[in-house]
Ligand binder design. Sequence first.
Ligand SMILES: NC(=O)c1ccc[n+]([C@@H]2O[C@H](COP(=O)([O-])OP(=O)(O)OC[C@H]3O[C@@H](n4cnc5c(N)ncnc54)[C@H](O)[C@@H]3O)[C@@H](O)[C@H]2O)c1
Length: 333
Amino acid sequence: MFKVGIVGCGGVGSMHASCYEALEGVKLAAVASTDEQQLKEIGEKYKIKTYFSAKELIFDPELDIIDICLPTFLHTEYAIMAMEAGKNVFIEKPVCLTPEEADKLLDAQKRTGAKVQVGHAVRFWDEYVWLKNAVENKTYGNLISVNFTRLSPLPAWSWNDWFNDHTKSGSMALDMHIHDTDFIRYMMNAEPDSFKTFVTRTKAGVIDYISTSYNFGDVLISAEACWAMPGNFPFKCAFTARFEDATAVFDTDTLTVYKFDGSTEHPEMKNNLGSSADTGINVSNLGPYYNELKYFIDKLSANEPIEVASLEEAAASLKLVLNEIQSVGGVKI
Ligand SMILES: NC(=O)c1ccc[n+]([C@@H]2O[C@H](COP(=O)([O-])OP(=O)(O)OC[C@H]3O[C@@H](n4cnc5c(N)ncnc54)[C@H](O)[C@@H]3O)[C@@H](O)[C@H]2O)c1
């Protein structure tokens, strides 16, 4: 039985705690947060150890796994500390903010032999897994094009409003758009031959909408993301995938396949934890978070390498998004 400690128990840390409770082979044993009220609530809810200091939790000898759910600008420091303390590490996405930080993380992984997975949950999201399978198996013939969409109001729940500070979050372009960019690389099992990016910016010059078109040979894939929607706008993640024989449309929770033979399919999805409307953050479904943590624990139990959402993959997706941002003049101009 692995014992896990979560560092940072805001929006995502709390969700991970629910997932660990539902998983076999792992026990949530401790949490750390700088928010005393949050710490008290989560400590009482799960009857576990609480730490005000991330460092103290990381060096707790009882823990085998450290799950880094801190604001992005703190990932590198504490993830390296955890690897050097001999722990296996789960790091939320985006894995870090710069290519230099990514290289330091990769170096620490190599030096310490730690097993590391990054929270690219879309790789474990049932409808997106279905899409990757349809592409690879040519279920509806060859893929022609896909359009991915991800729209949300600005995250309103964050500690010290860190999402709103592009030096801490990398802006929406890094924080949110990376979900689709990473999935596109995974689905195509390749880097794009070329890309073209367009953005809009706030009055302060920070990117608040991004649209990138990627070319993979003859296949055209585009992804748009925005977190400047009105506060009452419901979180939306969607795709429209055109194949030779059908078009598949996913819209937040419904997947439909319209075939050129005139028939319509509604592929069945398994649902491990069900939808959760009250996570408090902009996610509509706990299933992918359960699936990714299950994969991590299963790989650790079997002493097998992390292949899906590895640190190497997360670093490559980070570098592609940073290149897109660079191509339009940077996060802020
Ligand atoms: N995978 C996803 O779908 C998804 C969704 C949202 C956020 N995220 C990512 O997850 C990470 C966390 O985001 P969040 O929404 O949970 O943020 P949040 O602001 O809700 O939570 C951050 C937590 O970190 C704590 N914290 C800050 N500094 C600390 C320190 N030095 N020591 C200990 N605790 C500290 C805060 O008290 C808070 O509990 C970010 O990297 C974010 O991009 C991923």
